[in-house]
Ligand binder design. Structure first.
Ligand SMILES: [Zn+2]
Length: 324
């Protein structure tokens, strides 16, 4: 029996626009795998940072690097939309409209992307996103995970040559970057999704790798699913999780080691989840790690089967009443 079937009670049997109070929280360890800049390079803007408490155990305050929630879901939406486009499942709102696109703000209001991640249409229509996330904080303090580097400014065509004149770029800027093996913790909360919508969202997370500035190749990130929790309410915040994990990993030292092995962080996320879950007022089902590993393999195998993926996308696109 597939792992997804074992947990089918936690998914909606059919799409519904009315809140049903079924939440799926995906706990993510986002591990930076190359030097990363989470905004436009060469702009001279500093990285986004916030002063927050280091952990939950004492009053020490540190500065953490922040990745905005918008940046995170925008990347995953694009990954999903590529798949929808390849399967001809992005639609037109009406005969006069262009095909649904994120950049031009012309949502079709009936594709999986519009219906899952939400849209706000100029004409007043709106669908709230059923994938809710928050800003993600670096596990370590900004001092441990950032450095400065000189960059040649890139042109729009992502090269160092001006596409019109062919001349090489001479402008050099200093940019602050996030070091490889920096860790960001993030919880994506899915509200009232069907099993296939869950497959789509989780696939988008696992298949997204570039979170940096759009015009560069800087910013490779690996998303590791550390845990999945089903519940009838929202869990704790990204910041609480980050602080709790920080306390577990510093083991009496002022700061945890840097860099840390991904497995060490995942183990700490699981321990922190158990502790923080005790304060959540609601019914929680924490997926055991053996089931989680089996589920991730199942999703991997599913995405390697192009026919099954197309069939799932076509069937799901119909549940919203979409007609291409
Ligand atoms: Zn759409």
């Amino acid at each position: 029996m597939s792992v997804m079937n074992q947990y089918e009670d936690h998914f909606l049997p059919a799409y519904s626009n009315y809140p049903q109070g079924r939440y799926v929280s995906i706990l993510l360890v986002r591990r930076v795998e190359s030097e990363a800049i989470f905004r436009t390079e060469g702009s001279g803007e500093p990285l986004s940072k916030e002063f927050v408490h280091a952990g939950l155990a004492d009053d020490t305050v540190i500065q953490r690097v922040v990745i905005s929630k918008r940046k995170q879901t925008a990347v995953e939406r694009r990954t999903g939309r590529q798949l929808l486009r390849a399967n001809d499942l992005l639609f037109k709102k009406d005969a006069k409209s262009e095909v649904c696109s994120l950049n031009r703000n012309n949502p079709c209001e009936k594709c999986m992307d519009c219906m899952i991640y939400g849209y706000a249409a100029g004409g007043g229509g709106a669908q709230k996103s059923r994938v809710v996330t928050d800003d993600a904080f670096s596990l370590h303090g900004a001092g441990a995970v950032t450095d400065l580097k000189q960059f040649n400014a890139l042109f729009d065509n992502s090269t160092m040559r001006d596409p019109e004149t062919g001349k090489a770029s001479t402008s050099i800027g200093t940019d602050e970057y996030v070091k490889p093996e920096s860790i960001f913790l993030d919880i994506e909360t899915l509200r009232d999704v069907t099993a296939d919508e869950f497959r789509y969202i989780l696939g988008n997370i696992l298949r997204s790798t570039r979170y940096g500035a759009i015009s560069s190749r800087i910013g490779k990130v690996k998303n590791i699913v550390a845990g999945i929790v089903f519940s009838d309410c929202e869990l704790f915040s990204n910041l609480e999780l980050t602080q709790s994990v920080y306390d577990l990993l510093r083991e009496g030292e002022p700061e945890p080691d840097f860099p840390l092995a991904a497995d060490t962080v995942v183990t700490a996320v699981n321990a922190a989840t158990e502790t923080l879950a005790e304060q959540v007022v609601g019914q929680l089902t924490i997926v055991p790690s053996a089931d989680l590993h089996a589920l991730i393999s199942e999703i991997g195998a599913f995405y390697r089967d192009g026919v099954a993926v197309t069939e799932m996308l076509e069937n799901t696109s119909k549940i919203y009443g979409a007609q291409g």
